[in-house]
Design a protein around this ligand. Structure first.
Ligand SMILES: [Cu+2]
Length: 151
């Protein structure tokens, strides 16, 4: 009985949004990788109660995490690296396949579905920086393509 209760509490904790001063992050997930895959994507919803900017992201799971934007250029999907992502006050900013997203470059080991990928977000607001710790659940997605819409 005690064990079951502990497990239930753990699950509850994992699904709680991450909170820091005015920043909430929900539905954080990362794409599970197959052996040999050199990049993975991470996605989440970010809301700030003040105007802020996401300046960068780091993770123990990958030596480098880039912020990307994707958009259609004619009928070609193109990505570009961003220096920052604006987090306007009160607005939910979606990092999702096909839009803004995080890319984990050269993950140290395969990202396995069901594991949690720790991400540290550096957020700037009013000249002050803070970090927000997020755990993104790794999910296996069909198809294996990095940059197409999957729902
Ligand atoms: Cu990308």
């Amino acid at each position: 009985m005690k064990t079951m209760l502990a497990a239930a509490m753990l699950i509850g904790a994992a699904s709680l949004p991450a909170w820091a001063a005015g920043i909430s992050v929900t539905d954080a997930w990362a794409r599970a990788t197959v052996p040999g895959q050199k990049v993975s994507g991470a996605y989440m919803q970010i809301q700030s109660d003040v105007d802020a900017r996401l300046l960068g992201v780091s993770s123990p799971a990958a030596p480098r995490v880039e912020m990307h934007a994707m958009k259609m250029d004619g009928d070609v999907m193109r990505m570009r690296e961003l220096k920052a992502i604006d987090l306007p006050k009160g607005k939910t900013v979606s990092l999702e396949p096909g839009g803004f997203h995080l890319m984990l470059m050269n993950p140290a080991k395969p990202i396995v579905a069901g594991e949690f990928v720790p991400l540290t977000l550096v957020v700037e607001s009013g000249g002050k920086q803070q970090t927000v710790e997020v755990k993104a659940e790794a999910r296996a997605m069909g198809g294996g393509m990095q940059h197409h819409h999957h729902h």
